[in-house]
Design a binder for this molecule. Structure first.
Ligand SMILES: CC(C)(COP(=O)(O)OP(=O)(O)OC[C@H]1O[C@@H](n2cnc3c(N)ncnc32)[C@H](O)[C@@H]1OP(=O)(O)O)[C@@H](O)C(=O)NCCC(=O)NCCS
Length: 156
């Protein structure tokens, strides 16, 4: 049965401005594809919103930033200006593994903050929900952070 994947991220635009002015070449070439750099033309709100979109996409992929390269996620507008997400390399492989499809992104920027939300359909959830919860409960109990009788609110 297919389900949904969602990811959200918000970033302080000033933070991106600072990194951009300190290490412009390194930041742009490490994080953005040549087409993104060409489209954004150094405009900080656009770069910041795309940075947020990449993080939101990483969350929808369920990986965080560790196993996916920034440039494997590209966000470019269609001819009406609506942003579209394109995946490459590790991000594409990961999306295929978990059956991510119909990926959509929305961006917004106010003065000071930029934000993005990604949604997609997901064909193959990586982990069973109940197993994931039971695993965490086991870890919390083994660390003495949760009592044996406190694991299920339905039982109270
Ligand atoms: C998850 C990630 C993509 C974003 O983390 P972040 O921006 O530091 O922090 P956020 O507050 O946006 O996100 C944290 C939330 O992400 C979620 N998250 C963590 N790991 C996740 C994963 N593997 N999949 C999906 N969501 C995840 C969690 O809900 C977490 O909040 P919680 O701990 O309260 O549950 C992180 O992997 C990361 O490494 N980010 C890189 C940050 C960076 O380089 N910043 C430079 C700015 S110029």
């Amino acid at each position: 049965m297919s389900s949904h994947a969602v990811g959200v991220d918000v970033i302080e635009t000033d933070r991106v401005a600072r990194v951009l002015s300190k290490h412009p070449e390194r930041f742009l070439s490490r994080v953005f594809t040549p087409a993104e750099v060409a489209f954004c033309r150094g405009r900080v709100p656009e770069l910041a919103a795309r940075f947020a979109a990449k993080e939101a996409m990483m969350k929808a992929l369920g990986t965080g930033a560790r196993s996916v390269a920034w440039r494997d996620i590209e966000v470019l507008p269609d001819r009406r200006g609506k942003p579209m997400v394109y995946l490459y390399g590790g991000a594409k492989r990961r999306a295929t593994t978990i059956g991510l499809d119909a990926i959509d992104v929305s961006l917004t920027h106010l003065q000071g903050i930029s934000m993005a939300v990604v949604v997609a359909t997901q064909e193959r959830p990586e982990m069973d929900r109940d197993e994931a919860r039971a695993r965490l409960i086991g870890v919390l109990q083994s660390r003495g952070l949760l009592g044996d009788d406190e694991q299920n609110p339905d039982l109270e």
